[in-house]
Design a protein around this ligand. Structure first.
Ligand code: SF4
Length: 364
């Protein structure tokens, strides 16, 4: 930490704040969540923006806040509808946590998002980044909002060579940004750092010649801006093979399955599938047995139709897709029978949306 204190002393923090904030106020992009100061909408936008690009988020944000315009509306909404509005954004635990948290805000705080860091920070899914971002932008509280983008920018400005992939490094950035944040304009300061990381100080090719804080930047002065931040590589993701069956009966109905209420992609809908194993049985045989034992379904499974790949942060799914015609289905099966039209109302994870859309199910 001593090292970082020296680095902070070496830059003129007041001038740095002024240059950053003036630039932000002049150049900021017009984004829908910047149109008003509604803390709820700011919160929704911050949750959506985690791991997702601004351009992708805009239509989702507009649709979501139209369907659920207030804390109360989201607190009372049916989870199926909420998941459907999030369909395609991924990381679904974010929206489940958001809905749990707004329920608590509705019950405990009368629908007003609390200003206290302890109260807001104790809500489900609200980590240090979300807490800082929402409370600084909505209520002008001087709390830093440190995510990967901000760590990149600050590591370059101060010349920090610690590995940002390590959890303990976060303390250094928390401390540095606490010292750097403007007490008068914390919202503009935090958003200025985020904006700088998004459009100027980008990961691979920072536009230093256009940068409003170039005069304060250690990495630029030393010519090592492309070497920072130091980020050690993650482990390779595990690769799993799955087989999925798009099941249809004689009347043209489809059969879909709801995932368990906890774990990966909880409560989303999908085509029945299993993780396959290499061995004596073919994928088709494994799928046929699985449908019979797991769902009481006897089906004719056809030839493989293709393979859908889906990449999560730590996992890759390769899903072999088969079409199947149901011959017999047990009454108490846990599969749900739906028409092609009804299927559109259910929230599917991206991998199964690809199956649903790619294979033009109507034409089967
Ligand atoms: S001068 Fe370059 S490296 Fe430094 S903050 Fe600006 S864009 Fe990033």
């Amino acid at each position: 930490m001593e090292n970082i204190v020296d680095k902070l002393i070496a830059i003129n923090i007041e001038n740095f704040q002024t240059d950053l904030i003036n630039w932000y106020e002049r150049e900021k992009r017009s984004l829908p969540w910047r149109l008003d100061q509604d803390p709820y909408k700011i919160w929704v936008s911050e949750v959506m923006l985690q791991q997702t690009r601004v351009e992708t988020v805009i239509p989702y944000f507009e649709n979501f806040t139209k369907q659920f315009p207030t804390v109360q509306a989201l607190a009372e909404a049916d989870e199926e509808k909420v998941l459907k509005a999030w369909e395609g954004l991924g990381y679904y635990s974010r929206v489940r946590n958001l809905q749990s948290a707004v329920k608590e805000v509705a019950e405990k705080y009368g629908g007003t998002i609390p200003r206290s860091t302890e109260e807001f920070g104790s809500l489900k899914g609200v980590g240090p980044y979300t807490k800082g971002a929402v409370l600084s932008i909505a209520y002008q509280l001087p709390i830093p909002a440190v995510d990967g983008n901000v760590m990149r920018v600050v590591s370059r400005i101060l010349g920090i060579w610690d590995d940002i992939a390590k959890a303990k490094t976060r303390k250094i950035f928390d401390y540095a940004t606490e010292q750097m944040i403007s007490k008068e304009k914390p919202s503009e300061f935090n958003q200025g750092l985020m904006e700088l990381g998004a459009i100027i100080c980008t990961p691979k090719s920072p536009s230093c010649m256009l940068c409003p804080v170039q005069a304060h930047c250690n990495a630029f002065a030393g010519g090592y801006e492309r070497e920072l931040p130091v980020k050690s590589k993650k482990k390779k993701p595990a690769v799993k093979s799955l087989a999925a069956a798009v099941l249809k009966d004689e009347d043209g109905n489809y059969y879909i399955h709801k995932r368990p209420s906890s774990g990966l992609l909880a409560n989303l809908w999908e085509f029945a599938n299993l993780e396959t194993e290499k061995g004596n049985k073919t994928e088709r045989e494994q799928l046929t047995d699985f449908l019979k034992d797991g769902f009481g379904v006897e089906a004719d499974i056809g030839e493989i139709q293709g393979v859908v790949e889906h990449i999560f942060t730590h996992l890759v799914w390769n899903i072999s897709v088969y079409f199947g015609t149901i011959k017999h289905c047990r009454e108490d099966t846990s599969l749900r029978k739906v028409t092609r039209e009804e299927m559109e109302r259910y929230a599917f994870p991206v991998s199964h949306q690809k199956i649903r859309n790619m294979y033009e199910l109507d034409r089967r």
